[in-house]
Design a protein around this ligand. Sequence first.
Ligand SMILES: [Zn+2]
Ligand SMILES: [Zn+2]
Length: 279
Amino acid sequence: MFHLRFWGVRGSVPSPGSLTSRYGGNSACVEVRFRSPFGFSVPILFDLGSGARSFSLRNRTERRLLVLLSHTHLDHIQGFSFMPILDMPGAEIDIFGPKGSGLGATMSQISSPPIFPVPLDERAAKVNFHEVGDSEIPTGIADLRIMSRFIPHSDLTLGFRVEAFGRSIAYITDHQQSPDLTYIDPGVLELAHNCDLLIHDGQYDDEEFRQRPNWGHSTLAYAIEVAKSSGAKRLVIFHHDPDRSDDELDELLGDHFVKSMLLGVPLIGAWEGMELEVE
Ligand SMILES: [Zn+2]
Ligand SMILES: [Zn+2]
């Protein structure tokens, strides 16, 4: 039904180097392909962090792209200007992002001088920007439904749910958790309701969250709580802290794995290159 590939799993800023080489250092980008009885759909990308460049480099035959952009923080858009698809004649990209965020102006600004050498409107591809809120996103693809909801973060941010034939994926990154684990935003619960796969912000451990309670992110404990409360079947921890080494991430995930299993929502830590099926 759905095939996923993770091209960037890191939060806040890319973090290349020997200490992060196993989970990867590229910032947020996840590819989803919907496989209907008639074949694969156009690729859908969650976010355009630095991992989006890798996606586009390795998918040079693609001429159409649907992008679901959670928000315009740099770690979610910085790969955009460097995607080879922008220089392909006939290519067309539809980007859906938060209503009120100045999406088109922001994306054009980061893709034009003096930030990038070539103005966006001089690139070959046609790029269409769509601002959406608590919306249904038109896909033009029969049987494929996409829903967006505002979720709590430090700036206007969307979460998404992609659904077809009773199978669903929720993408909820950069999510400001409540201080005490007891409150979950209704939009978050709606997106993740009984989903087959929940991709969720897991930037902090409990102590880090105590030190940064208003920085817009979640702990692994909270991600597990969201998964349990929403009825999600699988949980992918995503948007890893850029300062977290691979060994530290192994330890953090290990500390929470048993609890997630006991609650019936087995977690997995996203790594660059990870592929998953939702059947
Ligand atoms: Zn982020
Ligand atoms: Zn953010």
